[in-house]
Structure formats: structure tokens, C-alpha cells
Design a protein around this ligand. Structure first.
Ligand code: A2P
Length: 345
């Protein structure tokens, strides 16, 4: 039966994509509420040919809502989680607020759908860069356990939201006009530049984005000790993230078998033309559901090693699509009811 849905953060980069996906996937909707900050109250967005008003989020907005797709940042998720759960809705949360909470399932439907059965009213959507890597390497890990992952990322401005994308365009224009680029949303000018990921640094010298890749991949795979190291970098690409992934398996893994597995697995697409030196690019991945995988090759420095190059749409599979797939899973399996829990939000 159709459900009542609310999008929290409807005006953002992920929010607008959520709206499009609910429409294009014919998600079974009874009522749809668009919620954002008071700044956006009264603005409108289109859904299935209708014009819907954006409302400022408030407690009564969640009455009679079955599923809240939240994508308004960690502090907004934290501020509203209690109200949402108490109102009886399930929150599929795109923020990092609850991802590592042991009671909250962290779900990539291609990998660990069964973990979504037991939820306390909140299900977390993993970090975008983590989802893209996880969906690409999990099919290989199932055939032959991974010993160690070394990943370097090339992350687009879209990861920092719609206003960061706009800022990169304005900076590019300024530079082409011979002016100094201004950075207000991102910490430094990104146009014609790059910088290590701007998330806060942690004690070990890794930034939070890098530690998300480590900790969230372990939680999604259910492998608390998987060895992972990551270097995350922002690049002046508007949309879609790329990642160079080095995998060391416990045993040798043939390139031919890896290609075959990637070609057959859900959520990923093999894209490589060795004759043309053509491999996935952000412009290929933008607007696509699948994570593109290519340049699969033997690591010449390690018998059990494979090198992979991937590109994926951070806003789609990295965020909005994954959240919608989680919501579809809850409906299909009748998992909308929350389980008794002591979760403090
Ligand atoms: P608004 O457009 O009113 O600021 P992005 O990730 O692209 O920056 O989008 C963030 C989304 O989260 C936007 O929809 C934004 O709404 C929303 N948002 C930000 N802060 C709040 C808040 N305090 N309460 C509700 N929504 C918020």
C-alpha cells in the first residue's frame, strides 16, 4: 500500500535528486511532504507534474509520515530524530549522525539488506565515497576474501552540496576573467585546484572522510578487522566521485575472473576499452545508477593484488538512490515497524 513520505532537506543537492528518483522509480507514495529550513519555506518544487510547496521543518510535520528521507546534515538529523521516531516514522538518514551507532543498521541494499530488518526507527545511509567503493568491491570480496584495501579518492564538489557546486562554477568564471576566486562554502578555491578532503582531522592524521571509509566499510561488510587505508581528495569536478582502489586478497585473484564478476554483479557496470585507453570518467557516471568499474589489472608489486578504477554518481548511488533503495526494501519486506530499542537520540 502507498506510504506517506517526507523529504527533510528537499531543496538540497541530494533532496532534489530524491524527488526525481521517487518519481522515476514510481515509488508507491500516498502523500509527500517537502521539508527544509525556514529559508526555503514557501518555495516550490515539481513532482509528477504537480507543484509542491516546501515547508519549514517543525514537529507536527512528521505526524502520519511513514518514511522520512533525511538529507539536511548531521545536526538537523540529530535535532529531529527523536521527534521522527516518536511520531512512528522510520528515518532513512543520509547524514553521518547515527552511522556508527551499534543499534542503527548501516545499509547498502546490494550488500547487507538483511541487516535492515532490525532497526530502532533509524536506518543510516553510508558515506557516499564508502558506498561507491563498497558496492564495487563486495562481489569480489564474496568470492575471495580481501586482506587489505588501499584507496585514493577524487571527490567532486557535489559531495559538499549544491552550494559548493555553484561556488566552483563561480570560481572558474572568476579565474577565466582574470580575477581571484573566492572560497566561502569550501575552505579553499577548488576551481583549477585540488586539496585533501576538508573534513576535520582526527588524531591519527586521517581526516573524518577517510575514517568513514575505514569504519563504515567494516560495519557494512561485518568485518571489524578489515585492513583499510584511505586518502581522500577534493577535485574540481562538479558531480561524481572517482576512486583508485588497490585490493590485496588472501589468495591470487585473476583479472579475468574479477572482470566476469563485476560484469554480473548488481549495482556495478564494467566499462573499459583497453584499445582506446578509455575507462570510467565522472561525466560517464553522472546521472547513472550503477558504479562504473574499469582498468582492472594485476598489481605488479603484489601477487595477490588487483588495481581497480571506479566512478560513481555521489548524489545518486552515493546518497539519494541508496536511500530510496533502502526505503523500497523496507516496504517490500514489510520492515517499516521499528524494533524495541534503548536507542538514545
Ligand atoms: P535550505 O535550502 O532551506 O537551506 P545541501 O547538502 O545541498 O547543502 O542541502 C542541504 C539541505 O538541508 C537543504 O535542503 C537545506 O535547506 C536543508 N537544511 C539545512 N539546514 C537545515 C535546518 N536547520 N533545518 C532544516 N533543513 C535544513
Amino acid at each position: 500500500k502507498p506510504v506517506n513520505v517526507a523529504i527533510l532537506g528537499a531543496t538540497g543537492a541530494v533532496g532534489t535528486e530524491l524527488l526525481q528518483l521517487l518519481e522515476s522509480r514510481n515509488f508507491p507514495i500516498n502523500t509527500l511532504k517537502l521539508l527544509a529550513s525556514p529559508r526555503s519555506a514557501g518555495t516550490t518544487l515539481k513532482f509528477k507534474g504537480e507543484t509542491l510547496k516546501v515547508e519549514a521543518v517543525e514537529a507536527k510535520a512528521f505526524q502520519d509520515v511513514d518514511i522520512v528521507l533525511a538529507s539536511a546534515g548531521g545536526s538537523t538529523s540529530k535535532a529531529w530524530a527523536q521527534t521522527i521516531v516518536e511520531s512512528g516514522a522510520v528515518m532513512v538518514d543520509n547524514s553521518s549522525a547515527f552511522r556508527m551507532n551499534p543499534e542503527v543498521p548501516l545499509i547498502v541494499p546490494e550488500i547487507n539488506p538483511e541487516a535492515a530488518a532490525n532497526h530502532p526507527g533509524i536506518i543510516a545511509n553510508p558515506n557516499c565515497t564508502t558506498i561507491l567503493m563498497a558496492v564495487a568491491i563486495y562481489p569480489l570480496h564474496q568470492v575471495q576474501p580481501i586482506e587489505r584495501i588501499v584507496v585514493s579518492t577524487y571527490q567532486s564538489a557535489s559531495g559538499a552540496g549544491a552550494r559548493a557546486m555553484e561556488e566552483v562554477k563561480i570560481q572558474s568564471q572568476a579565474i577565466l576573467n582574470g580575477e581571484d576566486p573566492k572560497a566561502e562554502i569550501l575552505p579553499y578555491p577548488l576551481a583549477f585546484n585540488l586539496f585533501p578532503h576538508n573534513s576535520p582531522l582526527t588524531d591519527a592524521g586521517y581526516c573524518e572522510e577517510e575514517m568513514k571509509m575505514v569504519n563504515e566499510t567494516r560495519k557494512i561488510f561485518g568485518e571489524a578487522n578489515l585492513k583499510i587505508t584511505a586518502t581522500c581528495v577534493r577535485v574540481p569536478v562538479l558531480r561524481a566521485h572517482s576512486e583508485a582502489i588497490n585490493l590485496e586478497f588472501k589468495q591470487p585473484f585473476s583479472v579475468a575472473q574479477a572482470r566476469e564478476i563485476i560484469a554480473q554483479s548488481p549495482g556495478v557496470q564494467l566499462l573499459e576499452d583497453w584499445q582506446k585507453n578509455y575507462f570510467p570518467m565522472p561525466i560517464d557516471a553522472s546521472g547513472k545508477d550503477d558504479v562504473l568499474v574499469g582498468r582492472i589489472r594485476q598489481d605488479i608489486s603484489c601477487n595477490n593484488g588487483l588495481e581497480l578504477w571506479i566512478c560513481g554518481d555521489q548524489i545518486r548511488k552515493g546518497a539519494a538512490l541508496n536511500a530510496v533503495q533502502v526505503a523500497e526494501l523496507l516496504i517490500k519486506e514489510s520492515w517499516l515497524n521499528k524494533k524495541p530499542s534503548t536507542l538514545k537520540v
